[in-house]
Design a protein around this ligand. Structure first.
Ligand SMILES: CC[C@@H](C(=O)O)C(=O)SCCNC(=O)CCNC(=O)[C@H](O)C(C)(C)COP(=O)(O)OP(=O)(O)OC[C@H]1O[C@@H](n2cnc3c(N)ncnc32)[C@H](O)[C@@H]1OP(=O)(O)O
Ligand SMILES: [Co+2]
Length: 145
């Protein structure tokens, strides 16, 4: 496995609206995307861009709020009512090759690759196999960077 670009850090929140105020007023974020629902993943999502000196896309903060019926984020928020860092997402060139590599190393891949918030396939690797960090792997969008 070759470490890829850190695409985003997932932050679970009980209120994306409140988190937007926090990132704008406390963290000085100037580019906050419009929130949208991703029912297939059971979440509402909002991306906050971090600036770069290069003009290339920087790592994003991915705010995630559970939609009704979601159990994984809702369970996380039960343990962490104010929200908190939930996952880290790295890019790979080939999602199926990456899945095979993690599985060959004995890591628990959580389900099959599915389309994530950037429109490319993603999968998750269990935090207990990843030093305590829930790890998302996503295929780099075509033409990105
Ligand atoms: C927006 C779309 C997409 C994108 O394109 O970017 C996303 O990011 S969607 C993000 C939300 N989706 C997911 O998280 C899917 C993958 N997650 C899961 O399958 C589960 O949440 C889980 C990781 C398997 C956890 O299982 P769950 O049943 O929900 O919770 P438990 O309480 O049983 O947890 C077991 C164990 O793991 C620890 N844990 C749970 N979540 C995390 C976490 N985010 N980071 C680190 N550790 C985590 C939990 O504390 C338990 O440990 P013990 O208490 O020691 O047993
Ligand atoms: Co994510």
């Amino acid at each position: 496995m070759k470490l890829g670009r850190l695409n985003h850090i997932g932050v679970a929140t009980p209120s994306i609206a409140d988190s937007i105020v926090f990132y704008r007023e406390v963290m000085g974020a100037t580019k906050i995307h419009e929130p949208f629902d991703l029912p297939e993943q059971g979440v509402k999502v909002c991306f906050v861009d971090t600036p770069t000196d290069t003009g290339l896309n920087g790592t994003q903060i991915e705010l995630i709020e559970p939609l009704p019926g979601n159990t994984s984020i809702a369970g996380f928020l039960e343990k962490n009512p104010a929200g908190g860092q939930h996952h880290m997402c790295y890019e790979v060139p080939d999602i199926h090759a990456a899945k095979a590599e993690f599985e060959a190393m004995g890591k628990r891949v959580l389900g099959e690759p599915r389309i994530g918030a950037h429109g490319t396939p993603i999968f998750f690797v269990h935090p207990k196999d990843m030093g305590g960090v829930l790890t998302e792997i996503m295929e780099t969008p075509k033409g990105a960077h």
